[in-house]
Write a protein that binds this ligand. Sequence first.
Ligand code: 13P
Length: 285
Amino acid sequence: MALVTLKETLKGSVQGRYAVGSFNAANHGMVEAILAASEELGTPVILSIAEVHFRYLDLDKFVSYALHRIEEVSTPVALHLDHGLSMETIKRGLDLGFSSVMIDASQQPYEENVRITRSVVELAKPYGVSVEAELGFVGGGEGNLVEGSVANPSDFTDPELVADFVEKTGVDALAVAIGTVHGPYKGQPALDLELLREIRGRTTIPLVLHGGSGLSDQDFRNVVANGINKVNFYTHFSLAAAAKVAELIKGGKPLGYPDLTTAAEQEIKSIVAHQIGVFGTPRVI
Ligand code: 13P
């Protein structure tokens, strides 16, 4: 099909009570695995590139490759800049051709988060690009694969601010903090579903859950049933692909580099496909 905006991939998700997966790609094999899962299931997908992963990439070349591949697949795909941390990164992302950007000013005081997010919405408008922002703070280590974290309830989204934030900024999707963290968890994640329901009651725009890895299928069904429309997911398939490669090497058979990368891609594809099923994303082709 073609490149679409985040707004387009999430159209109908609030009414339909389903979520679309947003999967981070930090190399070419990850792009292929994510797009292959989307095509196999006939569902839209959000292909994300996070600023913390820029260190692995030549961003200009990688985005042009991703855009080219998106045009070749049969499903609608948004190319999303995940956790843009500065105006410079957002501007660069807009010029490179992302169809969606996230500005993460969640650690700023409320009024500053509003101001920064509003200016990104203004900047993105002429490009026709969607904007996601975060209210409250989802902790943990974005891109961290080692240490587990616990969500801090004092960082959770204040439901009283939701309507005001959405109205003042004009964002297309809102990331909320309800108990998830980026990267591995210390212990079991405890999700505040009551808070999620309250937030859902305060706005009609799609809500985003960051830090999907480590949640059970039932957790996902619960958050989707209570108002989440986009789930960000990365750490689990990144670790699983690396474990697959380690297992093959340990097996002792002589293997070439493509044997390892192909096995890693297969692993990612099957995890992404499983998650898409759990999120309830409807087939569109
Ligand atoms: P995980 O790596 O914990 O799945 O989180 C991904 C994420 O939220 C990207 O923004």
